[in-house]
Design a binder for this molecule. Sequence first.
Ligand SMILES: NC(=O)c1ccc[n+]([C@@H]2O[C@H](COP(=O)([O-])OP(=O)(O)OC[C@H]3O[C@@H](n4cnc5c(N)ncnc54)[C@H](O)[C@@H]3O)[C@@H](O)[C@H]2O)c1
Length: 384
Amino acid sequence: MNVGIIGCGTMGSGIAQVAATANCKVVVYDVNEQALEKSKIALQRILARLVEKGRINQDKSESISSLIIYSADLNDFSDAELIIEAIVENPDIKKSVFQNLESIVSSNCIIASNTSSLSITSLAACLKKPERFIGVHFFNPAPLMKLVEIIPAIQTDAAVLKATRDEIDRWGKTTVQVKDTPGFIVNKVARPFYGEALRIYEEGIADCATIDWAMKTLGGFRMGPFELMDFIGNDVNYTVTETVFKAFYYDSRYKPAFAQKRLSEAGYLGRKSGRGYYNYAEGAVNPSANEDEVLARTILNRVLVMLINEAADTLYLNIANAKDIDLAMCYGVNYPKGLLAWADEIGIQSCVEQLDKLYHEYHEERYRCCPLLRKMSKSNSNFF
Ligand SMILES: NC(=O)c1ccc[n+]([C@@H]2O[C@H](COP(=O)([O-])OP(=O)(O)OC[C@H]3O[C@@H](n4cnc5c(N)ncnc54)[C@H](O)[C@@H]3O)[C@@H](O)[C@H]2O)c1
């Protein structure tokens, strides 16, 4: 397939590499010629490393390079069959690029956006042919992360959805279909991993090191919430939470935490600034975890049951099917188990009891149990 990529920053460069590795002819376009040069050089470095490690041979490396053309001229997209946009997260700039594009590409060229937070339906609406538009949400780094969320707009043609999903499956990715909803699956369902951990921390039940230890040791998560927020960047993570909170009409389940806002304001952004919840300066001493198993179990159960509630809500609102929700969390954020399968294992009744206990204790909406879980508990049924 002839593929076009718009924007060669972090995501566009990675997606171009993925497409060329799957033998697509790729044109990469950016307004910034320096960014094009940087992306080209970075790809050569990445390919050399892959050859060195024996992941690909020299022929494959040369083939990938020869399949990618870097261009500062949008007219080079005239033969494209699928275009993926990965430019700055600004709806007006994206829409103006899509409108220019429509006068260049053929009538059956699919146009896709890699946006993390904008409504796919609202972007599609700017086109003369909105039925050709779709969301394809890759994760960073695109060549390594297996998951791609495929988000049809309400205008998207069924044939466009099928062709896009088939093609990205062919690229070796695991695709999941998602209804056009803020945060899609991963950025919605993952909110309590951060939000509930922050709440436990703000209440003084445990410190960051103890919460991280509990989630990793008992839960099997690769990173604890605070390590992960420091890795992502507290500014970035806070903005995603705030965006989801606003987009869901201020549902208290997604309410951002002051603890994170203050850190962000202080410039304690995490690893990238040398300090976040932890201090990354050389020789810095960070608090060690209180390895109390009873406390750790309380922490894990509380965060986990809130994650399960969010996953159940995603199914309840028909945002995605149960299999795709579990795949998304395993491949998009490396969770050790799908949350709905985990709920089956714990027992739906126990999940409902734990949520009701939190609700009765706090009298806060954020702890309301998803009606689907309650219904399943009554009928003694499972997700799988
Ligand atoms: N970074 C992530 O972790 C991540 C993950 C998933 C999705 N996304 C989404 O992907 C998109 C790109 O994010 P990124 O992190 O790669 O951004 P980035 O800042 O690394 O790169 C953006 C690129 O777009 C170019 N650009 C800006 N305006 C342009 C225009 N009008 N025409 C052509 N090129 C233009 C810039 O020169 C830059 O090279 C955003 O919509 C973002 O929400 C990002």
